[in-house]
Design a protein around this ligand. Structure first.
Ligand code: MLT
Length: 312
């Protein structure tokens, strides 16, 4: 019997390739190709394992005559044309749990970075300014964290925030009252959250319902002095409105790991006082990248060899 053929087209922990081999697949690791190169190659493969660099467009899918499954080592599948994949019967899987802790920890790091202005204080100290009086911070203890999205990542953020003695108010249409009690959070509607939160952190995918959830109108409903963190998806916050609110001091700080357009090589937010950012590092830890690579390899191999479907 011929072995299923798998292409790993983004950089991934090397153990992923080993798992494919052990599970009975032939695997090639060919990263950094142009779309044209991938179009020329993809017809040979039954499975495709990606992170976020490969964009699986409808042109690539049209050339993927043998493709049965795509596995995203990570959570978001925004880099896959899902309708086109579904139309040709290609299953798309992700690994929803492998990087949740890591992303939650990044959000908590951003909360502290904002509360104590660590990036700017670091920069000025290293410039030799010793700005001891310029950085009055705030404690997070006793503050209210508004959690928009209380799923895998949001619930981990909530548990960490409760450990930091914050109060957590959560808005999530899928959050049941029982689960809210179990998590130790107050379930609220969005307006109540906006009104109460000292810090807001977003943990929801980008959908038609969540796009611009922090619009100019909703940002105006927040408490003066609110600090906002987005380590989920660009497009959840109206970036122009956020800049206005930072400039006029209503928003005391904002930390973005994700942008509406990525890579964000330029943004009106760059250079805005009390704005900090990272280049979509939410999942970038050694532990998370090992987890997602191993999980995606296990899932794809199981599908190709045994027909098992996980996280599709
Ligand atoms: C994810 O969706 O898994 C994260 O945003 C990480 C990433 O895209 O690199």
């Amino acid at each position: 019997m011929t072995k299923p053929r798998v292409l790993i087209s983004d950089k991934m922990d090397p153990n992923a390739a080993r798992i494919f081999e052990i599970r009975g697949c032939d695997v090639d690791v060919i990263t950094g190709e142009t779309p044209e190169q991938l179009i020329a190659r993809i017809g040979d493969y039954d499975g495709l394992a990606i992170r976020s660099s490969t964009k699986v467009t409808k042109e690539i899918l049209a050339a993927a005559k043998n493709l049965k499954v795509i596995g995203r080592a990570g959570i978001g599948v925004d880099n896959v044309d899902i309708p086109a994949a579904s139309a040709q019967g290609v299953v798309v899987m992700n690994t929803p749990f492998g990087n949740s802790i890591t992303t939650a920890e990044h959000a908590i790091a951003m909360i502290f970075a904002l509360a104590r202005q660590i990036p700017e204080a670091n920069a000025q100290t290293q410039q030799g300014l010793w700005p001891k009086n310029g950085f009055m911070g705030v404690e997070v203890t006793g503050k209210t964290l508004g959690l928009i999205g209380a799923g895998n990542i949001g619930s981990i953020v909530a548990s960490r925030a409760l450990g930091l003695k914050m109060k957590v108010v959560a808005f999530d249409p899928f959050l049941t009252p029982e689960r809210a009690v179990e998590m130790g959070v107050e379930k609220a509607d969005l307006d109540t959250l906006l009104e109460k939160a000292d810090f807001i952190t977003l943990h929801t995918p980008l959908t038609d319902q969540t796009r611009n959830i922090l619009s100019a109108e909703n940002l105006a409903k927040t408490k003066k002095g609110v600090r906002i963190v987005n380590c989920a998806r660009g497009g959840l916050i109206d970036e122009a409105a956020l800049k206005t609110m930072l400039d006029n001091g209503h928003v005391a700080g904002a930390a973005l790991d994700v942008f509406q357009t990525e890579p964000a090589k330029d943004s009106p937010l760059f250079g805005t006082p009390n704005f900090i950012c990272t280049p979509h590092l939410g999942a970038s830890t050694t532990e998370a990248q090992v987890n997602v690579a191993l999980q995606v390899a296990e899932q794809l191999a199981d599908f190709l060899v045994n027909g098992g479907v996980t996280n599709a």
